[in-house]
Write a protein that binds this ligand. Structure first.
Ligand SMILES: [Zn+2]
Length: 73
């Protein structure tokens, strides 16, 4: 995947493969912590190798399927 066309790797294991998962921030739990500013959905990217979750709030993320090749800089 890339962010603003910049290839992104897992911060832990440098893997390039992630599972994406939409994360709703306007949950009861979020409201408990008064996160009104976060009343939106975020994108959670779960590293396919180590499971580390990277959480993003912007729309610049582009996911690439492994079979279609990793984007070259
Ligand atoms: Zn990882």
């Amino acid at each position: 995947m890339t962010i603003n066309r910049v290839p992104f790797r897992c911060q832990v294991c440098q893997s390039e493969l992630f599972y994406d998962r939409e994360v709703k921030l306007n949950t009861t739990g979020a409201e408990l912590f008064d996160l009104g500013w976060a009343n939106q959905s975020a994108t959670g990217l779960v590293c396919a190798r180590c499971g580390y979750v990277h959480l993003f709030l912007n729309n610049a993320i582009e996911l690439w399927k492994p079979e279609s090749g990793y984007p070259q800089p």
